[in-house]
Design a protein around this ligand. Structure first.
Ligand code: S3P
Length: 171
């Protein structure tokens, strides 16, 4: 199986969809933010606060290189800015989870752990800036994606099943 690289904006549901893909397939799932947190032994939020975004992006580059060389048969869930890695296409089939910005914010706010979800994401602190970032990134996401899944009005299981069906063509 070729790797799957799951991209999309913060809060779109990459983690939830990844967990459903694992339930319905033989893929192993890993997450670039989790890899960075374990490499650094601290949370993304703490990392941003102590070292700044530039340092975080350097770690993402390191992870991207490692993924290209070392990972197979895997679903790689990525942080919202990871799509900028230049070797992304070499890692695997790129699947975008796409959603309008307002629906993403609504999804986060309605989550039982909403406060935690907002708190752990430094770039969501200011919603006006986050919306600008979304607008800046969306065309880049679409350009890169081999497969686009519109997540609006679909639960993670539905998205995962759609993903697995569409990804077969690229295996
Ligand atoms: C970021 C998204 C976050 C995390 C970091 C930066 C971004 O991941 O990598 O806070 O630049 O969009 P999620 O997309 O999982 O929230």
């Amino acid at each position: 199986m070729k790797n799957i690289v799951l991209i999309g904006f913060m809060g779109v549901g990459k983690g939830s969809v990844a967990r459903e893909v694992v339930k319905h397939s033989d893929y192993i799932a890993i997450d670039t933010d989790d890899l960075i947190e374990s490499m650094e032994n601290r949370k993304i939020k703490a990392l941003f606060e102590a070292e700044g975004e530039k340092y975080f992006r350097k770690l993402e580059r390191h992870v991207a290189k490692w993924l290209e060389k070392s990972v197979h048969n895997t679903l790689v869930s990525t942080g919202g800015g990871f799509y900028k890695q230049e070797n992304l296409k070499k890692i695997g089939t790129i699947v975008l989870l796409d959603s309008p910005f307002d629906a993403i914010i609504k999804r986060i706010k309605e989550h039982p752990n909403a406060a935690k979800k907002l708190k752990k994401r430094p770039l969501l602190k200011n919603l006006k800036k986050a919306k600008e970032l979304y607008n800046e990134r969306r065309s880049g996401y679409l350009e890169l994606a081999d497969i686009v899944i519109n997540v609006t009005n679909k639960n993670p299981e539905m998205c995962a099943k759609e993903l697995l069906k569409k990804v077969k063509k690229y295996a």
